[in-house]
Design a protein around this ligand. Structure first.
Ligand SMILES: Cc1cc2nc3c(=O)[nH]c(=O)nc-3n(C[C@H](O)[C@H](O)[C@H](O)COP(=O)(O)OP(=O)(O)OC[C@H]3O[C@@H](n4cnc5c(N)ncnc54)[C@H](O)[C@@H]3O)c2cc1C
Ligand code: FES
Ligand code: FES
Length: 472
């Protein structure tokens, strides 16, 4: 018998006893026959399986769109799961009406997921409905037949009725979402907290956001002993202590990018997110999962590497801290035992004047993994580089910290010449191979170009792209 999972599904209270690794998508379509949740790619790419997951946050419930094809049912405890069926009313909702009015559906396969995501957008407490907001919520949806123009135009319809809305209360009062949403906070509070977490002592697998492990081990998980890490609230959140920003390993990409403490040190972090996965994936993907999956092109890993973060591991009562710069020993070889859990990532609090830039080149501008990615942090005093961290992905078997290149820059004045002198050092440090994302030669070129991009963006008054025309 598996531990009971007690949650709300649309307007119903549910208690199930399933293997915790069963996918929410399979549970919904197989056991509940809620087939409005479509199965497309099963890889988080198409968005057809999108559902809303609501969690108590103070007095309110905050809803986020996620792909149900990469989420374990074990994580539903104490949450509100909303499918397209749970948005049904005797009349059309504003999102459904906008889709009808704009002719934004043909075969309709993608439509339920899109309605769910855009409803999630309207349920946010925001001052204004924007084109950017609609685009962000559509980012994880593929539509094969209608295209996106008519969907983007739906923003004008929402604006007419919904600008300055006050979120869920307003939508319920105006019959734009079903009335049962009003009772959800109280109903969730009645679910006892006590069994929020029951885990295997010696699991075969840990699951955090599931956005990587379900692609790698999908067949094995429902037959294995697993530990769903997301039941551990102490591994979430961001706070300052002893000169470090402490970031729980379960912090998702989106939570990281929206946190004011993070925005203060990485001002463009929200812009970078447009190049990283889709909203539904960023709502699930954790920083810890990105570091441990050890992909040489993990975007957050590269950023945290440039920031020279520290990793805190726990194994029962034992705890140890490892610099991320020495964590990767070879392709998918880590300085970590199989029972250790990454609990926290510590970013040294930058002294004032630290500037950070992130660059990513991929085949598609959005929703694609990198051919090469790179991040740089740098601090100058009186024009002299006093601190620098440069990391690159896709150029070695591991996410790479360019130690020798950093050494070259330290103690020197920023100039075009200094950067050009760094190119041969970079080429010596990297060892890219050719693959579907580009030839080794192309990646070597990108390494050079991304170094130029960092400096020209961070020091536009000192170096310009044209300084490097014709140099190789
Ligand atoms: C459609 C799609 C698009 C994507 N786009 C991008 C992208 O643009 N950029 C990018 O970098 N990645 C991308 N990814 C990859 C993935 O989302 C990230 O690597 C993510 O950070 C993985 O985190 P997770 O929490 O989902 O990990 P999981 O899948 O839960 O776990 C990954 C591995 O880490 C282990 N693990 C996780 N957390 C811990 C912990 N705290 N302690 C010990 N072990 C742990 C798990 O056991 C597993 O082996 C994409 C994935 C999908 C499906
Ligand atoms: S089925 Fe395609 S994202 Fe889930
Ligand atoms: S309407 Fe057919 S896939 Fe979008």
């Amino acid at each position: 018998m598996y531990p009971e999972i007690h949650f709300l599904l649309n307007d119903r209270e549910i208690r199930i006893s399933e293997h915790p690794a069963v996918l929410v998508l399979d549970y919904l379509r197989g056991s509940e026959r809620l087939v409005g949740v479509k199965e497309g790619c099963r890889e988080g790419d198409c968005g057809a399986c999108t559902v809303l997951v609501g969690e108590l946050s103070g007095e309110q419930v905050v809803y986020k769109p996620v792909t149900s094809c990469l989420m374990p049912v074990g994580e539903l405890y104490g949450k509100h799961l909303v499918t397209i069926e749970g948005l049904n009313m005797p009349h059309l909702s504003p999102v459904q009406q906008a889709i009808v009015d704009e002719g934004a559906t043909q075969c309709g396969f993608c439509t339920p997921g899109i309605v769910v995501s855009l409803t999630g957008y309207l349920m946010e407490d925001h001052q204004e409905i924007t084109k950017e907001g609609v685009k962000k919520y559509l980012s994880g949806h593929l539509c094969r037949c209608t295209g996106y123009r008519s969907l983007k135009q739906s923003v004008d319809h929402f604006k007419k009725t919904l600008d300055n809305n006050k979120g869920i209360g307003f939508l319920v009062a105006n019959k734009m979402i079903p009335a049962y949403f009003r009772e959800i906070p109280a109903r969730l509070r009645r679910i006892p907290e006590i069994s929020m977490r029951k885990e295997e002592n010696t699991p075969d697998f840990f699951i955090a956001g599931g956005t990587d492990i379900y692609l790698q081990k999908n067949e094995l998980l429902p037959e294995s002993r697993i530990c769903v890490l997301n039941g551990q609230p102490e591994m979430k959140g961001v706070f300052k202590k002893n000169g470090y920003l402490h970031i729980g390993a379960l912090t998702t990409f989106e939570e990281f990018a929206q946190h004011t403490g993070i925005i203060r040190i990485i001002p463009y972090i929200r812009e970078y997110m447009f190049q990283i996965a889709s909203l539904q994936i960023r709502n699930r993907a954790t920083l810890g999962g990105n570091i441990i999956n050890a992909s040489p092109i993990g975007d957050m890993t590269i950023l945290l590497l440039a920031l020279e973060s520290l990793l805190v591991f726990k194994d029962g009562e034992r705890s140890r801290t490892v610099p991320i710069t020495s964590f990767y020993k070879g392709y998918k070889q880590l300085d970590k035992t199989s029972t250790e859990i990454l609990t926290e990532i510590l970013i040294p609090e930058p002294v004032s004047g630290v500037l950070i830039n992130f660059e990513k080149v991929s085949k598609r501008k959005c929703l694609d993994v990198a051919s090469v990615n790179s991040a740089m942090k740098v601090r100058c005093e009186d024009g002299i580089i006093r601190d620098i961290g440069l990391a690159m992905g896709g150029v070695a078997p591991v996410p790479l910290f360019l130690k020798a290149t950093c050494q070259h820059f330290l103690g020197k004045q920023v100039s075009g010449e200094l950067i050009e002198d760094a190119f041969p050092i970079i080429q010596k440090e990297i060892s890219p191979i050719g693959d579907v994302r580009g030839s080794a030669c192309y990646k070597r070129l990108l390494a050079r170009q991304l170094c130029i991009a960092h400096f020209t963006k961070i020091f536009p008054e000192k170096v310009k792209v044209r300084d490097f025309y014709g140099t190789h």
